[in-house]
Design a protein around this ligand. Sequence first.
Ligand code: GN1
Ligand code: MG
Length: 366
Amino acid sequence: MTRPTPEQVLSVCEKFAFGGAVSDIKVCGNGHINSTYIITAANGKRYILQILNTAIFKDPVGVMNNIMAVTDHIRKGLIQSGEDAERGTMRVVLTKGGANGYTDGDGRFWRAYDFVEGTVCRLTVDSPETFARVGEAFGDFQRRLSDFDASALIESIPNFHNTKKRYADFLTAVERNAAGRADLVWDEIKFITDRADKCSLIVDALESGDIPLRVTHNDTKLSNILLDEVTEEAICIIDLDTVMPGSSLYDFGDSIRTGAASAPEDEPDLGKVHFLPEMFKAYTKGFVRGTGGALTEKELSMLPDGGYIITLEQAIRFLGDYLDGDTYYHTDYPDHNLVRARTQLKLVAETEAYLEELREFVKGLC
Ligand code: GN1
Ligand code: MG
């Protein structure tokens, strides 16, 4: 779908119950899927306005219902425990007609949130203390949703973290070779196919009931949590589009993938990309504390696999999209998805060397 003109964005703003007329609109270029704007109203209050990618989220109203239900649940909990309910969870801004989103004349689905002031989001962190706080916040998110009725949620993207299916889809993409790029990446393809058996580990454990299905976030990358811009405290978990039933291992893992790494996921210089075991340990301590004892022994024992497998899954997704001709993720240059895939594969390789040590570490924690 084409980008909306500034005039179109302005006219969409008028549909939402913002605090008065809009005085400023800025494009915010972070996400790989949706398009985001920062809106300032005449009274100075700021908002996030987004176009939800409906090629990927087929039921946008259902996604918004999920988000409203989950944020209401979290907000009630925060109020009950006397915590910061203002900044502690996202607040959806409804349209003037009371709907949770607005479809424009070209079929784009728009939704809005309050902007959480005084916060930043990061692609990497240096401090283990900060990363431990992030871990505690994601663990706490899990704990807060442990009594949330999963049947109230739609599955916003079916098979989202079905790594087994992701792998099968990847093989199809290799075969299809839609963009004619397969010849350029045989080494990467082989690295992945050599690890085919790893892709079923978490999915099989869920299926057999060895680990429980929980309500999870499913997109816990580091940049999806807002940190206080001064104290670096973890303030608010954002991007709730994929909240649905899933495994705690993937939630744990996606933060490790992004935060226990020395460089952003699209660092072109692989010499700068390393897995950081000390950051893994800091995060794990925080996460386990945050879940308040909710994780089963089996889940705890599999935490290192969570980081390892989701990093492999992400490599599969990036490389698959590269082979397809970049149809899924936003890209800024032709090899962007390949660069992303390579950082993930480097992390997978380095994590393998640490897996035993990480398992011992987690055992020691329990
Ligand atoms: C996408 O939209 P964004 O940037 O938060 C993707 C995640 C990936 C991530 C990789 C719906 O997240 O699954 O882990 O990119 N979201 C979707 O950075 O596919
Ligand atoms: Mg997202």
